[in-house]
Design a protein around this ligand. Structure first.
Ligand code: MF3
Ligand code: CO
Length: 262
């Protein structure tokens, strides 16, 4: 079932989304060589709680299930995925190195409503990255922006998918198929799915009040993925580089509104 959110509900999602964007900006400022991914996660959790939000990833079990005490529950407030890690990297004592690709995904619940966003950084700044890494990161960001631009009332989910796919293919990148964007609202993951590639069906027609997390994951090499023994970290099977950008957006009568922004 795909729900349409009211103005008041979208206002709450805007508050959640603002906290997500603030966390990503804070992490960007803190991305110096030598900092650990657990340090970044601590900064994120502290900011989320000080803004009266709840980290939506902590204790997540998949679907709509949470149980922080479950051995398979996600153990952190952010996902931080390095280099060939695509998504769902678990923060830990690894220290960042200049030039490394750092994909950070953050989810926040505010007053019962979710925001979900991700950005890929290069440790030490874009200039510290290799030309291969920089172009991958920039193209992934542009593919997200193209997908968002297609998210207008009257278009279909498939129009978003096609817009993302076109930018990715133009750049010569692979698109992860195993993981897709999603509806979002009172749960992190709601209907519909938002693939980053054309699929059989054109998908549902977009209408004002639809809220979506659009999240392209692009790779330099093969689209095959593996999950590491920690049961979370998704990597490229060929260990080629990956990037991930995500915004939560609302479809409005006048076009898409990005909710994960300050
Ligand atoms: N943010 C991811 C998504 O967009 C979900 C993170 S999985 C979690 O779907 F376990 F970290 F919560
Ligand atoms: Co998401």
């Amino acid at each position: 079932m795909i729900t349409r959110k009211s103005q008041a509900e979208i206002a709450k999602m805007r508050s959640a989304g603002r906290i997500v964007a603030e966390v990503l900006a804070l992490i960007e400022e803190s991305l110096e060589p030598g900092i650990s991914t657990a340090d970044l996660d601590r900064l994120a959790e502290r900011h989320i709680r000080s803004a009266k939000g709840t980290p939506s990833f902590l204790g997540y079990l998949g679907g709509r299930r949470y149980d922080a005490t479950h051995p398979n529950a996600y153990p952190a407030s952010t996902c931080i995925s390095l280099d060939h890690e695509i998504v769902h990297g678990i923060p830990g004592n690894r220290e960042l190195k200049a030039g490394q690709i750092v994909s950070v995904d953050v989810g926040v619940i505010y007053d019962g409503w979710h925001g979900d966003g991700a950005r890929t950084f290069i440790c030490g700044g874009l200039d510290a990255g290799s030309p291969v890494a920089r172009r991958l990161v920039e193209t992934t960001r542009l593919s997200l922006m193209a997908g968002i631009a297609a998210a207008t009332a009257g278009h279909r989910i498939g129009d978003i998918s096609a817009a993302v796919e076109d930018i990715a293919k133009e750049g010569g990148y692979g698109i992860i198929r195993q993981y897709v964007g999603h509806g979002i609202g009172t749960s992190m993951h709601e209907d519909p799915q938002v693939p980053n590639f054309r699929s059989r069906s054109p998908g549902v027609e977009l209408a004002p009040g639809h809220c979506l997390a659009i999240e392209p994951m692009l790779v330099v090499g093969s689209e095959e993925t593996d999950v590491l023994d920690d049961n979370w970290t998704v990597v490229t099977r060929d260990r080629s580089l990956a990037a991930h950008f995500e915004h939560t957006i609302a479809v409005t009568p006048t076009g898409p509104e990005i909710l994960t922004t300050v």
